[in-house]
Ligand binder design. Structure first.
Ligand code: DON
Length: 599
């Protein structure tokens, strides 16, 4: 709760200061802001919820205190974020929910969006052969068939104990009665005005018809409340076949979008086996449980941890360690670019890519002293560790728009019994496609996560991706979302995940390294400087908190270091378990004032 508390106190102080003093107060430097970050995690002896928003974390706690388990609480948080964090929380998008029950069962609910039936490989290619990236990122053509309602219901039915209507009650209340707009939300809505004002319903609901919401004002969302009520009453089928479906399909038809009633009726959330990999680190047995395709995250994180096995990692502020990890990221992202896609549509060599022997081959290509050039580093060949070969490598070096202040949102929940949920979901860019349907919810622009034109980096994240990730009806676009749960000697140890497009993979990997290798206190783990390399473009993006001496030495080794003040890498919302006391340690990321609540 502390980061949120600090944010609230800061906002109150700012509002009560005279104008000049306000300007001075706001002018605190990034470095000063970092000094104010909490130094320790929030502690709870029984349970913990960590999300981007205090009201959503409270919704989870409310359900836990009513006797719900971690999955009941997670579904409550998911629906609550759809109300209080409109940039990313959603019912108009999709995501992944990873669960590990205290009895050892694990599951992965894939509720990623799908391409509509009219979607095709060249749907964003103009007559002159160029890519219409605006169509892939803004408005009705950029929308994938939403999966959240189906995913939440599937998770609840499979692992929860409560009724949908009960876990949705906090969200319905928040939508109906409204909630005070935070400084963060007011700033985010203002920043997204150019996008939101292009769509009349978005303009009315989220921009107050152009007047903008000020901090402290109440945001009520009656249309969304009505939609949520219907889902609570009739189940997710209502979203896909009922009045909500009809409203969405009508709006699509009116605005020349592709999604039809048939697309909605055909949507299915899927239960998949999570990826699992074991590591022996400093005498302890660790198991990482993470996201399978259509996420690239679990493969990337496991491949990276395999490559780093046997490397002498000291600290993520030690140049030699950063060099190893950055070179590892470079190779993992080259592999992502070549091989990862929706495995329901083509073979993805998951086994080969996550094989420690393949990792040893990749490790052998790293010069411990000099940065490689991404031009020369290509995807490896995991086929030797796999029965089938993967796809062909596409290369390009188009200019990306990395680390934009877009949104996705991750939350972690652990209950008193030790059940754990890591959930990451998204509408892709902040406020998604910008379009809000009459049902009161924003639609995603996740179609941009496909390979919109082979060989050309995607618009929002500059990712070069393979032919296997091109658009086809019913296919899920490749994702970087990486909800992850870690066991230490067979016991629940760490729950983590992040937003941030491709930087999700780096942020999650760094949080795992800090936890498993360095035994860091969870808040210190989350606060620590982050860096990211995605192979193309060939640059090592680092938060400005990375010590200057480290940056200089990395540059001397040939890394093209790009510092990103105020442009954070990830927003990790994690829970660590104290192995001796079983205490739940909630580490909310202070970069965008997350909220950990425990008891
Ligand atoms: O699933 C993905 O990989 C992306 N659509 C996630 C987008 C994202 O994290 C944007 N947030 N910062």
């Amino acid at each position: 709760m502390r980061p949120r508390f600090i944010a609230v106190v800061t906002a109150v102080l700012l509002l009560t200061l005279p104008a000049k003093a306000q300007q001075q107060a706001r002018a605190s430097s990034p470095a000063e802001e970092v000094q104010k970050w909490p130094k320790e995690a929030v502690r709870g002896s029984k349970a913990m919820v960590v999300s981007d928003e205090e009201l959503a974390s409270q919704a989870g706690i409310e359900i836990l205190k009513k006797g719900g388990n971690a999955v009941d609480a997670a579904v409550a948080v998911g629906f609550a974020l759809a109300v209080v964090e409109p940039a990313a929380g959603n019912i108009g998008g999709g995501g992944f929910l990873l669960v590990r029950m205290a009895d050892g069962r694990t599951g992965f609910v894939d509720y990623r969006e799908t391409a509509p039936a009219r979607g095709s490989r060249d749907m964003y290619i103009r007559a002159d052969g160029s890519l219409d990236s605006a169509a892939a990122t803004v408005g009705y053509l950029s929308v994938g068939v939403p999966g959240t309602a189906a995913g939440m219901e599937l998770a609840l039915k499979t692992y929860g104990t409560m009724k949908l209507a009960d876990v949705m009650a906090p969200a319905i209340r928040l939508a109906e009665e409204g909630f005070p707009v935070s400084e963060k939300l007011a700033r985010s809505l203002r920043a997204s005005r150019p996008l939101l004002q292009r769509f009349s319903t978005s303009r009315r609901i989220f921009l107050k018809d152009g007047a903008l919401y000020q901090p402290g004002e109440t945001l009520r969302q009656p249309e969304l409340a009505t939609t949520l009520r219907r889902i609570a009453k009739y189940g997710a089928a209502e979203f896909y076949r009922g009045e909500t479906a009809r409203g969405l399909a009508d709006e699509m038809a009116r605005m020349s979008g592709f999604i039809t009633l048939e697309d909605l009726a055909g949507y299915q959330a899927k239960l998949r086996e999570p990826l699992r990999a074991k590591f022996r680190i400093r005498g302890e047995e660790w198991e990482v449980i993470s996201a399978p395709p259509p996420s690239s995250g679990g493969v990337a994180v496991i491949e990276a941890l395999n490559i780093l096995q046997g490397v002498d990692l000291k600290s993520l502020e030690d140049t030699q360690t950063v060099h190893w990890v950055a070179e590892t990221m470079r190779r993992v992202f080259a592999d992502r670019s070549a091989y990862l896609a929706d495995a329901d549509f083509s073979h993805v060599p998951v086994r080969g890519l996550t094989d420690p022997r393949y990792a040893a081959e990749r490790r052998a290509t790293i010069d411990p002293q000099r940065a490689s050039s991404s031009e020369q580093i290509r995807a490896g060949n995991p086929a030797a560790y796999e029965s089938n070969a993967g796809g062909e490598l596409e290369t390009s070096t188009g200019a990306p728009e990395p680390l934009r202040d877009g949104q996705t949102t991750h939350f972690s929940v652990v209950d008193a019994a030790g059940n754990a949920v890591a959930n990451t979901y998204t509408i892709n860019n902040g406020y998604g496609s910008g379009a809000t349907v009459p049902g009161g919810f924003l639609l995603n622009d996740t179609m941009d996560d496909f390979t919109t034109q082979p060989g050309v980096p995607n618009k929002l994240f500059g990712l070069v991706q393979s032919d296997a990730n091109t658009i086809a009806p019913g296919k899920r676009p490749l994702s970087s979302m990486t909800p992850t749960i870690v066991l230490r000697d067979g016991q629940l140890s760490f729950v983590t995940g992040s937003p941030g497009g491709p930087t999700i993979i780096s942020a999650v990997l760094l949080s795992l390294i800090n936890w498993m290798y360095f035994g860091m206190e969870p808040q210190a783990d989350i606060n620590a400087p982050r860096f990211h390399h995605q192979w193309m473009p060939d640059e090592l993006v680092a938060e400005f908190t990375l010590p200057e001496a480290v940056r200089a030495e990395l540059e001397r080794r040939g890394h093209k270091v790009k510092s990103v003040p105020w442009r954070w890498i990830g927003q990790v919302e994690a829970i660590g378990i104290n192995p001796k006391t079983s205490e739940r340690l909630g580490a909310a990321d202070p970069r965008r004032s997350g909220a950990a609540i425990g008891y």
